[in-house]
Design a protein. Structure first.
Length: 460
């Protein structure tokens, strides 16, 4: 006898309780935060780069689920692949056979990094980083891993050890042996390497926090230094990989860079099935899996499952057939250039930077007396409040979802689905211009700023 399960009926009956359920059973601070800033929306459906609410109003997604939705939501090719793999009823995860889909996906991924040879599949970006850390330590016989200040590589214990944000690390130590070096500082890197105990440097070619790009020539020079000292270069491409920056991998912007290990995840999932992958050189994998009795020395229970592999293969197919990387480069250049032209118009707008469809908009101290007083008030309460003041009206008045790039940063990060085009650029730039006009004219957003100040003071 089978028991019927009706998902639609369950959602119809209980869906309206979503915020109450989270408050009672999950992270209770999340709904509190959403209520505070007015982000407690109820989205009914999504497709491509848009959400719709119950009233039928559309919302432009410039966040892409923190980069997961590289192809937008519910891409038909990825959906079909998942239907196909479920209908095939494969003998998946037997643990004692070799299914074809993992090998096929590894082959397709490695084609974009010809200097790499093998892949380990896990379930997330942080697992991909954990794998890289373990493999680097095993391959070199050393314990210490260097990372860059202000970096983000995940929140599990190992990846947290190379996280450059103290707010994430507080209360979770002791962590793995590690040392932070400034992004772009080759002298600091050389000093640490001379100690002889460094296994690797892990680096985001473009840091997600603040959208800071590694300086020209840094990755190539760092790679040469590392190899001279028999240490490895790990490229964390969890957010920047799969076309986000206008090349398949962000490290490919710099000629001659060939990381020893590369971490990917997020967009590889198609937004459906969690997947992470660590690509590496043959000799590193052979150091880890050095004998038959070490065949399972590093594994993941759900790693390389058929649904994740099918999603990944479909994503790579779409990227090639729909020229996703080229679109990210062209649309990103258009968006960045149009925003950059606004820096002369608005004194609160300090910088526009990034590559492809990973763009940072930074705000800074204004010159006029009236605006400077308001800016100083916000900074005294909590750095980052002005950026939040821009994010909120973008959603509430213009139905555009964005994010502040990191805690205590006056930077908005734009990482929309890679399928956006000129229409979405026009909508965002028009909305952003309206919000900045309001800010410079002393409009309603400053009233909301006072609310944020009170909330920041109350939370101290």
């Amino acid at each position: 006898m089978t028991t019927e399960f009706d998902l639609g009926a369950l959602l119809a009956e209980r869906g309206a309780e979503r915020y109450e359920l989270h408050t009672r059973h999950l992270n209770h601070q999340l709904p509190r935060m959403l209520h505070t800033i007015g982000f407690d929306k109820v989205y009914e459906r999504a497709e491509g780069a848009y959400f719709w609410d119950a009233e039928g109003d559309d919302y432009l997604d410039m966040l892409a689920g923190f980069g997961v939705m590289g192809l937008g939501r519910h891409h038909p090719v990825v959906r079909k692949a998942l239907h196909d793999v479920l209908d095939a009823q494969l003998a998946d995860l037997t643990r004692f056979d070799c299914q074809p889909l993992p090998g096929l996906l590894a082959e397709r991924l490695l084609a974009h990094s010809p200097h790499l040879d093998r892949v380990f599949f896990g379930n997330s970006g942080t697992e991909a980083v954990e794998t890289a850390l373990k493999f680097a330590r095993r391959a070199t016989g050393r314990r210490r891993v260097l990372y860059c200040e202000h970096s983000f590589h995940g929140l599990t214990a190992g990846s947290l050890s190379v996280n450059g944000e103290e707010g994430f690390r507080d209360g979770f130590g002791p962590l793995l042996p590690d040392t932070a070096v400034p992004l772009g500082d080759l002298d600091a890197l050389a000093r640490e390497l001379k100690k002889g105990d460094v296994a690797a440097l892990i680096v985001e070619p473009i840091q997600g926090k603040g959208v800071h790009e590694s300086p020209p020539g840094y990755l190539r020079a760092a790679q040469e230094l590392l190899h001279r000292h028999k240490a490895l270069l790990i490229a964390d491409e969890v957010q920047t990989g799969l076309g986000r920056t206008g090349d398949f991998y962000a490290y490919q912007h710099e000629a001659g860079v060939e990381p020893d290990l590369v971490c990917v995840a997020k967009a590889l999932s198609g937004g459906y099935v969690p997947v992470g992958a660590t690509l590496g050189k043959d000799w590193i994998f052979k150091k880890v899996y050095s004998s038959l009795d070490r065949v399972l020395v590093h594994s993941a229970s759900f790693g390389a499952n058929a649904q994740a592999m099918a999603a990944g293969l479909a994503v790579l197919s779409v990227m090639e057939n729909e020229r996703i990387v080229a679109n990210a480069r062209a649309t990103g250049d258009l968006l960045k250039s149009r925003l950059a032209r606004l820096t002369d118009k608005y004194e609160l707008l300090a910088d526009v930077r990034g590559r492809g469809l990973m763009i940072g908009i930074e705000f800074g101290r204004p010159t006029s007396l009236k605006l400077r007083g308001r800016w100083t008030m916000l900074q005294a309460a909590r750095k980052g409040l002005f950026a939040q003041m821009v994010v909120v009206p973008l959603l509430q008045r213009h139905r555009i979802l964005t994010q502040v790039s990191g805690d205590h940063l006056e930077v908005i990060k734009l990482i929309p689905p890679l399928v956006v085009g000129e229409r979405e650029v026009d909508r965002f730039v028009d909305a952003f211009t309206a919000v900045m006009d309001d800010a410079h004219n002393g409009g309603l957003m400053w009233d909301f700023g006072k609310t944020l100040v009170k909330q920041a003071v109350a939370n101290r």
